[in-house]
Design a protein around this ligand. Structure first.
Ligand code: FRU
Length: 508
């Protein structure tokens, strides 16, 4: 696309990000997690493998570290861990369709080789009783070559008039499309029903351009928050898996947490396009995880990323920073015992350096640091077992990102079967959520943890990925201590690697 064909808002965004990206200090970027080129990032969009590279787009406001009129940022990678920025892909520039923002969506390759982006255009809707204009959300397309995209002249391709009676035209967004085995196309999107509750709707198309409504795939029915966002439907290991992100959740024990959450519904989609649900669980129990999106890798792996943030925690913006937001490490999904499991992509194994192994370390009442086990860009594997099989320990604690003043922690209590992740003492200056507990599935006194740290983030995978907990850490990088502690006699086997890009020199 020549500069002349490009809209002014897109040309300006591209120019701005090129000029400003160097203001984002290296210290602000994570080593193997995608951060915005400059400014603000939220949801992952358009995640796919195209022309030999993984493409990951993102909700993007280049101009500030706050959410505002949404663009699509863009990056590409060969290993899902080391990303190169591409120029911004979409800007809000269509007067009728998306002047209010190019909201979340997805991507696919057309039979003719072009890349298709499907996104929610936000325009001005009806005048509300208070005189302000409601948003109008419609689904739009853009076509391109992996770098430059032209918005489709037939936009919008779907509007709320295709939805069942009473559904909101203000809350109809986040299309996720894919090609079915017979070459036809499917798409799921989030919608609000006549009761003001979330639902996921299914569409179909023969050519990916012209779409028809099929069904309401899944209903909230007042169970999981209010509006739902960012749905994704795929087949995995004999199940149909629907991932989504509910807003305004109410807490339920350690199963669901208040605020913006995530949800995995598993079951089977019938001929009418309705999901018969067999289970409903949180996807990640941490505080900073929202808006998942998956893609199918060329080798058949189903890989998920999410925004490593949450709307309820975004007051933690550092005023001196030029970038805010990050993606999680991409995670391979599988189903084990009817549950969704997640594990960092195997490409991360190639980043492991300097192995340290400490086997059979007895912990009994004294905080214990182990030689060579420290750092903030590390892959840490810990196996915990009781010293005396007859008398399990009371608790095991792992402190990390630790110095004399600050620490984060993971605490496991086998009697309660709970694992708690905490940044209560990590130096956060705002009072958002700082800890969470989850009930460990099939808890026993033996526990396997994988803790992946990348400077300001911690991603914890429990018992081979049966559960995960993700959080952002505000603490200065000099807080790099890792200490183990048990009350009541526990033994740990620890394996630790530094993580660095597998290139000569390899530093982050
Ligand atoms: C989810 C979300 C989406 C929307 C986007 C706007 O975080 O609210 O529903 O498309 O963010 O940036």
């Amino acid at each position: 696309m020549g500069h002349d064909e490009m809209s002014r808002p897109l040309a300006e965004a591209r120019d701005y990000e090129r000029r400003m990206e160097s203001f984002v200090g290296e210290g602000e970027r994570l080593c193997f997690h995608l951060t915005p080129r400059v400014g603000w990032m939220n949801d992952p969009n358009g995640f796919m493998f195209y022309q030999g590279m993984y493409h990951l787009f993102y909700q993007y406001n280049p101009y500030d570290t706050k959410w505002d009129t949404m663009h699509w940022g863009h990056a590409v990678s060969r290993d899902l861990l080391s990303w190169d920025y591409q120029p911004a892909a979409l800007a809000p520039d269509q007067h009728y369709d998306d002047k209010g923002g190019c909201f979340s969506g997805s991507a696919a390759e057309l039979p003719d080789g072009r890349q298709l982006l499907m996104y929610t255009g936000v325009g001005a809707g009806e005048r509300k009783p208070d005189g302000t204009l409601a948003d109008l959300q419609v689904q739009c397309l853009a076509l391109g070559d992996g770098r430059d995209y032209v918005k489709y002249e037939g936009n919008p391709v779907i509007d709320a008039s295709s939805l069942p009676e009473g559904c909101s035209s203000e809350h109809f967004r986040d299309p996720k499309l894919w090609q079915a085995a017979d070459g036809s196309w499917r798409m799921v999107a989030a919608s609000m029903d006549a009761q003001g509750l979330g639902q996921v709707v299914l569409y179909r198309s023969d050519d990916a351009l012209s779409w028809e409504f099929v069904s309401v795939l899944a209903h909230n029915d007042g169970r999981f928050g209010r509006m739902w966002e960012c749905p994704d439907l795929f087949a995995l290991d004999g199940y149909d898996v629907l991932l989504l992100s509910p807003q305004d959740m109410l807490p339920e024990g350690h199963r669901f947490y208040s605020g913006n959450g995530t949800l995995c519904l598993m079951g089977h989609v019938d001929e009418q396009g309705v999901l018969a649900e067999e289970s409903a669980r949180v996807i990640d129990h941490g505080m900073d995880f929202y808006a998942t999106q998956t893609t199918l890798a060329p080798d058949g792996r189903r890989v998920m990323v999410a925004w490593m943030q949450n709307w309820d925690c975004t007051t933690g913006v550092d005023p001196d920073h030029y970038a805010f937001g990050a993606m999680t490490v991409p995670r391979e999904l599988s189903v084990r015992d009817g549950r969704l499991c997640q594990w960092p992509v195997r490409e991360l194994d190639a980043w492991r350096r300097n192995p340290v192994r400490c086997e059979g370390v007895l912990l009994d009442g004294e905080p214990t640091a182990l030689p060579g086990v420290s750092g903030r860009v590390v892959d840490l594997l810990v196996h915990v077992r009781p010293q005396d099989a007859e008398r399990p320990y009371e608790e095991v604690i792992i402190w990390f990102a630790q110095n004399e003043r600050f620490h984060c922690s993971l605490r496991y209590r086998p009697h309660h079967g709970t694992l708690k992740i905490s940044r209560d003492h990590a130096g956060t200056r705002r009072a958002f959520v700082h800890h969470r507990k989850c009930d460990v599935q099939d808890a026993t006194p033996e526990l396997d943890l994988r803790i992946v740290l990348d400077k300001y983030s911690a991603e914890v995978f429990v018992n081979g990925g049966q559960q995960a907990l993700t959080m952002i850490i505000p603490t200065d990088l000099t807080a790099d201590g890792i200490t183990f502690f048990a009350r009541g006699g526990a033994v740990v086997d620890v394996e630790k690697y530094d993580l660095a890009e597998p290139t000569p020199g390899g530093a982050c």
